[in-house]
Design a protein around this ligand. Structure first.
Ligand code: GLN
Ligand code: ZN
Length: 755
């Protein structure tokens, strides 16, 4: 008999209860016991919800107060020496010190580095291993969660991050290869398995998403050594979970690792079932990931059913493709979705119900078969809906010619004309777009949204903020101004709200990191721009300033990347549609007299596929989309782009191919190291390596910025170099921004005098 389970459930709570509990604990308004009570309450509620929706068994230890990778590092006592005392003092505040840093007058501890979890928008804390790292077991968390579930009478399966993925995600402080620590880790891992078995666990789930990556021989050897060692342990039965893509060339390896069951992602890679089945030893069971854990559309249950039938006797579980961490909790809460959208969608709870239906149909349950037919027609209705298709957009896209994705002239000709028009000094100064979103700005937006501040009042408020912001920049002596983005709530939502084809949820929260959640727009249909989106504000700002004011847009790849995207056509097609809408906006800005237009693409890098072999195709359509948006303008209009949180070494060709006239990048935290890729490439266009880390309230002084600029000038042509912060300033306060930009402008002036 096949049974229904999940690999993990969203933790934050349908109403973001965990976020509220965490933030009030951090503020000191709530004590540890109250925080733990909220956490335990959420776990219980989520287990019960999963069971009520049709799960036969549930995961445990998938919960986390901040991050499951950090939990795993702590579980094996991989606590950096710097944080150990805080940890021994009080494990909970030590834990949060690792997650968020700790400054209390007595101590000044930095947070662990944070980075993206595979190709998701979830961020994990990078485990930090010391030279000679030793591991020991601190099993209280998984034991407590297992005990809690068992006390509720639930068949719970502890979820553990696997040893190889754990090491591969971590870093050694001495720069060595973390995989060398495997032999030190395995005894603690084996002890954990024995401990969980003694506590009553029948199964454990060992997550090894790294099996969906390109692996080398050392990785493969590590996998064999690790799982051979764990097979010797006194262990519950092991479910090895792989997800986020096909096993591909790792299929034989994964199929042969000594475990009792293997989970396959059959949403991203339905075809891999055929590939894996013949490789499996006779006694190996399967868990079939047949509904999408990464998106919010109702599943194709007929396809799920036929996969399950094909797997036959081996199929032990039906599950989502990956943990449900990446989708919101419960669609029922949505009250305001437009038209038929709600009938097309499924959140975590609904996804479990879908699995239940498939399991029912497999068992020959007539009621389930009826509901399955209904689900199929809801899905068919979406795919056939006229809301998904806009004939005009399709016609325009079909008519896109390659010439539309190239600027009319090469950079040297363009920059000469742009210089004539803009008359900028050497080392021009600018900022990335946003200025502080103060409490007043957020309050005015909230008042307006609630109807307490009318349109005219809100508009007058924003106009005043914008003009003030321009005056500030003029007083500071900045060369290329921005309007400040006060009218924008979020860099994707602002555009999504104005484009056809997007919808917005009220409860579609997904954890980004810790207590931070995002509510991705739902890109459900063809994208079109009914009217200009930013032109009025850009024109208003330009009318109130003598110096050039940049037009400010979010790029097509970033809008795509930070939305839930329709699954009925390739992502590339949706991206091109967004690009076409942005192209119209760019042309309208140009027609309104805007001389410099910035198209931000901070998410270009994070959209990279997990497998190298898939990179060129992605970079080709992503780059083409950017150029389609950017290239309609005349030579004298200057196109800027901005990217942050990125390594450039392996994508520099694609970044250069965007052919932006100016690119600003984040470089200050890496002390200009991120510039290396551009230098090696001999990147010819304008470049603004950030000289001021906007992620920190610290204000760098002029000398510090000058030093960074001198470093940049060692390797760049003076005519190439722009001077700007790392990213937008919206999270900062005015006093620090003023001080930092004043120092930045003087640093640029000093440089000009020395030139
Ligand atoms: N223009 C945006 C801003 O300044 C860019 C934000 C980003 O790169 N994440 O806020
Ligand atoms: Zn940025």
């Amino acid at each position: 008999m096949i049974s229904v389970t999940t690999l993990g459930f969203p933790r934050i709570g349908a109403r973001r209860e965990l976020k509220q509990a965490l933030e009030s604990f951090w503020k000191g308004d709530r004590d540890a016991a109250a925080l733990q009570a909220t956490a335990a309450g959420l776990r219980e509620r989520h287990w019960r919800l999963a069971v009520a929706a049709g799960a036969d068994s549930v995961p445990c230890n998938d919960f986390s107060l901040y991050d499951h990778v950090l939990d795993t590092a702590v579980l094996f006592d991989a606590i950096p020496a710097s944080h150990r005392a805080a940890f021994e003092d009080d494990p909970l505040s030590g834990y949060f010190a690792l997650a968020r840093g700790l400054q209390d007058g007595r101590r000044d501890l930095r947070a662990l580095e944070m980075t993206k979890w595979f190709d998701t928008n979830y961020h994990y804390l990078v485990p930090q291993f010391e030279p000679g790292q030793r591991f020991s077991l601190r099993a209280d968390k998984p034991l407590a969660e297992l005990a809690q579930a068992r006390a509720l009478g639930l068949d719970a399966r502890p979820v553990l991050l696997g040893p190889v993925t754990l090491l591969k995600l971590g870093k050694r402080t001495d720069g060595g290869d973390p995989r060398e620590l495997l032999d030190a880790l395995l005894p603690a891992y084996a002890e954990l398995l024995a401990t969980l078995k003694a506590a009553g666990a029948q199964w454990v789930q060992i997550d090894e998403p790294a099996l969906a990556l390109d692996l080398d021989d050392a990785d493969r050897a590590a996998y064999r050594r690790a799982f051979d060692a764990l097979a010797q342990a006194d262990s519950p039965q092991r479910l090895l979970a792989t997800y986020f893509g096909a096993l591909g060339d790792n299929a034989a390896l994964a199929a042969q690792l000594p475990v009792e069951a293997l989970h396959l992602d059959l949403v991203r890679a339905p075809q891999q079932l055929e590939a894996v089945l013949p490789l499996l030893p006779a006694d190996r069971a399967l868990s079939l990931g047949v509904v999408d854990g990464r998106n919010i559309w109702r599943a194709d249950l007929d396809a799920a059913l036929s996969l399950a039938r094909r797997a036959g006797e081996r199929a032990r579980w039906l599950a989502p493709s990956c943990s449900l961490l990446h989708v919101p909790t419960d669609l029922e809460l949505e009250r305001k979705l437009p038209g038929p959208l709600k009938q097309w969608m499924a959140y975590a709870k609904q996804k479990i119900e879908e699995l239940r239906l498939v399991a029912g149909a497999l068992a020959g349950d007539a009621a389930a078969e009826g509901e399955l037919a209904q689900a199929a027609s809801a899905r068919a209705a979406r795919l056939a809906s006229p809301l998904l298709r806009n004939a005009q957009v399709r016609k325009l896209l079909a008519a896109v010619e390659p010439a539309m994705t190239r600027r009319a002239s090469a950079y040297p000709q363009r920059i000469a004309l742009q210089q004539q028009r803009l008359k900028l000094p050497l080392f021009p100064t600018t900022t990335i777009g946003s200025f502080p979103q103060t409490a007043q700005v957020r309050q005015a937006r909230a008042e307006h949204k609630a109807g307490r501040l009318d349109d005219a009042g809100y508009r007058a408020f924003l106009e005043n903020e914008t003009v003030q912001c321009l005056r500030e920049q003029e007083a500071l002596g900045i060369d290329v101004l921005v309007h400040g983005e006060f009218e924008r709530n979020d860099m994707v939502e602002y555009f999504g709200e104005q484009l056809d084809g997007f919808a917005f949820t009220s409860h579609g929260w997904v954890q980004s990191y810790g207590s931070r959640c995002v509510k991705p727009p739902v890109l459900f249909g063809d994208v079109a721009r009914p009217r200009p989106m930013t032109v009025e504000w850009s024109r208003f700002a330009q009318d109130h300033a003598a110096k050039p004011v940049k037009g400010m847009l979010t790029g097509p790849v970033t809008i795509l990347q930070w939305s839930f995207v329709r699954d009925d056509q390739p992502r590339a097609d949706s991206c091109r549609q967004i690009a076409l809408a942005l192209r119209e906006e760019v042309l309208d800005l140009e027609a309104a007299g805007i001389a410099a237009i910035q198209i931000d693409e901070p998410a270009l890098r994070e959209g990279l596929p997990l497998r190298r072999a898939d990179w060129p195709a992605y970079l080709a359509w992503a780059g083409e989309s950017f150029r389609l948006a950017a290239s309609g303008v005349g030579d004298a209009t200057q196109i800027h782009t901005h990217m942050c949180y990125a390594e450039f070494n392996d994508i520099i060709d694609a970044v250069a191919a965007l052919d932006a006239d100016v690119i600003s990048i984040e470089t200050s935290r890496s002390r200009m190291e991120l510039l290396d890729a551009f230098v090696r490439y001999r990147y010819p266009n304008g470049i603004g390596p950030g000289v001021y880390d906007i992620h920190s309230p610290r204000v760098p002084d002029e000398a510090e910025m000058r030093e960074l600029l001198d470093k940049a000038l060692d390797v760049l042509e003076p005519a190439q170099l722009w001077v700007n912060p790392d990213c937008g300033l919206k999270t900062r306060g005015w006093p620090e921004v003023r001080a930092a930009l004043r120092a930045m402008v003087s640093a640029a002036q000093g440089l000009r005098e020395a030139a």
